[in-house]
Design a protein around this ligand. Structure first.
Ligand code: HMG
Ligand code: MG
Length: 299
């Protein structure tokens, strides 16, 4: 298999990276983070999450973030919308793209969005319909594709089934989430093999958390399968509030460094991205989990 010539990065730091932070981060810091990421050449930023503020207090300022951000040409600013209520609020804020998020695990679905997998798909259908009317594209996430904090092993066939449902409902792309970062390369390849039987490979994205330090290796494995969209988080920030012990996404700086080494174009300025990682981790008092970011800062 050949590597893709170009890879698109989906920067999830402002959402996935920050959603689990226990201390409320002020909106101005979030807006500066989003702006710096755009300035570094990131073309897609998941900026906010229109979920219940009772469930995820850190994302409660979603309206202020979405309406306050300085839009750059060529950058897509997206938000999570788990239901119609979230979508309507996001539309009021001028969002141009949203994402629904389901899971390949029943137990995780219940903990994360308070409904079964089947119920979640029923909830997403009107979200997709309404988004289509409003000319807003919808991305779909599937969580727990390589393991679940409650159920353990997850069958690749289950991942394929939920992914297919999201795709057929109208999601233009399905992002496959190793929510708790337990996957290994062979397992990741097998999962992709199962999903690509249902959905074209160019409609899939890899969303790997790095809890067990395997995310880059897993990415390398799925890039070889032809995956051309990678979700990542600057400085490796983050975790999911409903997956205890889960750490951040693979660091964006590390992904860009890997892709540069493979001769794959991203259009991202690594130095500026790394400076952003240093700045945000110092600002919120977190360790920088990007090895590349730390190495560049030490130069
Ligand atoms: P629910 O309690 O079943 O919903 O929650 P409900 O419709 O019964 O409403 C209950 C209350 O929530 C009501 O308020 C609603 O108004 C409010 P109350 O009457 O009690 O004052 N509500 C909302 N408020 C704001 N925005 C909304 C909204 N919807 C209802 N959109 C719900 C269902 C989905 C809302 C809830 O479970 C929730 O917010 N969950 C958040 C889950 C979450 O954000 N998880 C983290 C993101 S997913 C992730 O990180 C994984 C990913 O990165 C991929 C991977 O790594 O695998 C994407
Ligand atoms: Mg995630």
């Amino acid at each position: 298999m050949a590597f893709p010539k170009q890879v698109r990065l989906v920067e999830v730091g402002p959402r996935d990276g920050l959603q689990n932070e226990p201390n409320l981060i002020d909106t101005a810091t979030k807006l500066e983070l989003i702006d710096r990421l755009g300035a570094a050449g990131i073309g897609y930023i998941e900026a906010a999450s229109f979920v219940s503020p009772k469930w995820v207090p850190q994302m409660a300022d979603h309206r202020d973030v979405m309406t306050g951000l300085k839009r750059r040409q060529g950058v897509t600013y997206a938000a999570l919308t788990p239901n119609l209520k979230g979508l309507e609020a996001a539309l009021e804020c001028g969002v141009e793209e949203v994402a629904v998020f389901g899971a390949a695990s029943e137990a995780f679905s219940q903990k994360n969005i308070n409904c079964s997998v089947a119920e979640s798909l029923e909830r997403f259908a009107p979200v997709l319909e309404r988004a289509k009317q409003a000319n807003v594209r919808v991305r779909g996430y599937v969580s727990c594709v390589l393991g679940c904090p409650y159920e353990g092993e997850i069958a690749p066939a289950k991942v394929a089934e939920v992914s297919k449902a999201l795709y057929e409902m109208g999601c233009y792309e399905v992002s496959l989430g190793d929510t708790i970062g337990v996957g290994t390369p062979l397992k990741a390849k097998r999962m992709i093999d199962a999903v690509r039987r249902e959905i074209p490979i160019d409609k899939l994205a890899a969303h790997f958390h790095d809890t067990y330090g395997q995310a880059l290796a897993n990415l390398y494995a799925v890039l070889e399968e032809g995956i051309g969209v990678v979700d990542s988080s600057v400085a490796g920030l983050g975790g999911c509030p409903y997956a205890k012990g889960a750490s951040g996404n693979v660091a964006s700086e590390d992904v860009v460094y890997l892709l540069n080494g493979l001769g794959i174009d991203t259009g991202i300025e690594l130095d500026r991205l790394a400076e952003t990682g240093t700045w945000i981790t110092q600002t919120i008092g977190r360790p920088n989990r990007s090895k590349v970011g730390v190495a560049l800062a030490a130069k």
